[in-house]
Design a protein around this ligand. Structure first.
Ligand code: MN
Length: 331
């Protein structure tokens, strides 16, 4: 693994002509927007681009213009470059492809904390609120025109990762890029409305069920909520995501750290989302206890453990974490 700077990243992309672009599992707005913006931009300078995600995209992101095409394992060597966006963790790549025998370099472009991995190159910069913003800078450095479609994709990436410019990762640069995107004539209220007001009735029902599981611990500073496979079956959900559920317990005044667990429909995996209201309570440390990672205020993990066993374990770890970390702050 070789960490590289922005200029080198741009140079590597510039020199490649046949590029495969991948994202991460549970594709979110930043992942989809980054994949789309990068592919549209590079196609406009006559590069051959293939974009792929094993998982179908959540409905709310389908307005982002991208054509998906499944690459064959046998053809992996035919690409000059493979780019993975919004993650630098190999097990989180959103396509089941084996890169271990290919000569094709794999480049990760991300804004999370870098972890040890087997990518050929990794460009990660935590000062960016979204990977979409890094993609914006890359396209600008390549002298690529930011079209309306590219701007829509990057704007979607920004608002999902900043909670519409509300989270603490939002900075001067985020607004600066957003302003440039606005100049292309994008309809920001429409994009926001599609992403936030396009829920199905089933989504609201499963949210109701999830809210009923809310439990507060450590004097109301910790909150845990979950969705079980049983609840998913009961509501007969097929295409759904619980990505933003964690914002509800997070919105409680006393809560410092909110946890949301989603059990997969076949009960074999748990997805844990962790949110902290303050950078001083670094939830990526908590995520690490479960082999996960992420940012100071937003982290997560995938856990192979029955839900009924994991909940008490999480409760204990969260209690300990709040006791040690929160006490440090109040001193
Ligand atoms: Mn992101």
């Amino acid at each position: 693994m070789k960490k590289i700077e922005l200029n080198k990243t741009v140079q590597i992309i510039d020199q490649a002509n046949n590029i495969l672009i991948l994202g991460h599992i549970n594709p979110d707005g930043d992942c989809v927007g980054s994949m789309a913006a990068l592919s549209l931009g590079l196609q406009s300078v006559e590069k051959k681009i293939t974009v792929w995600s094993d998982e179908s995209l959540p409905l709310k992101y389908r307005f982002i213009k991208t054509d998906f095409e499944k690459p064959c394992q046998e053809n992996i060597d035919s690409f000059d470059l493979i780019i993975v966006v919004d993650t630098a963790v190999e097990t989180r790549i959103g396509a089941k492809l084996d890169f271990s025998h290919t000569q094709t370099p794999v480049l990760a472009i991300d804004h999370h904390i870098a972890v040890e991995n087997n990518f050929t190159y990794i460009h990660t910069d935590q000062s960016y609120a979204a990977t979409g913003c890094i993609i914006y800078d890359i396209l600008k450095l390549l002298d690529i025109k930011i079209t309306k479609a590219i701007a829509e994709a990057i704007y979607a990436a920004i608002i999902t990762d900043t909670g519409c410019f509300a989270y603490s990762n939002t900075n001067y640069r985020t607004f600066e890029i957003a302003l440039e995107l606005l100049k292309t004539g994008i309809n920001t209220s429409e994009i926001t409305s599609i992403i936030y007001n396009s829920h199905s009735p089933e989504y609201i029902r499963i949210l109701g069920a999830a809210l009923n599981t809310l439990e507060l611990i450590s004097d109301g500073t910790g909150a845990i909520m979950y969705v079980s496979s049983e609840m998913i079956k009961r509501e007969n959900l097929i295409n759904f995501d619980t990505e933003d559920f964690v914002n509800y317990p997070r919105s409680i005044m006393s809560v410092k750290i909110a946890c949301m667990i989603t059990e997969s429909p076949n009960s074999d995996t748990l997805r844990l989302s962790l949110r902290s209201k303050t950078q001083d309570l670094n939830v990526s440390k908590l995520a690490k206890l479960f082999n996960g990672g992420g940012h100071k205020c937003a982290s997560g993990a995938r856990i192979k453990e029955p839900l009924a066993e994991f909940i008490p374990r999480l409760k204990k770890e969260l209690e300990n974490f709040l006791k040690t970390e929160h006490n440090k702050l109040s001193k």
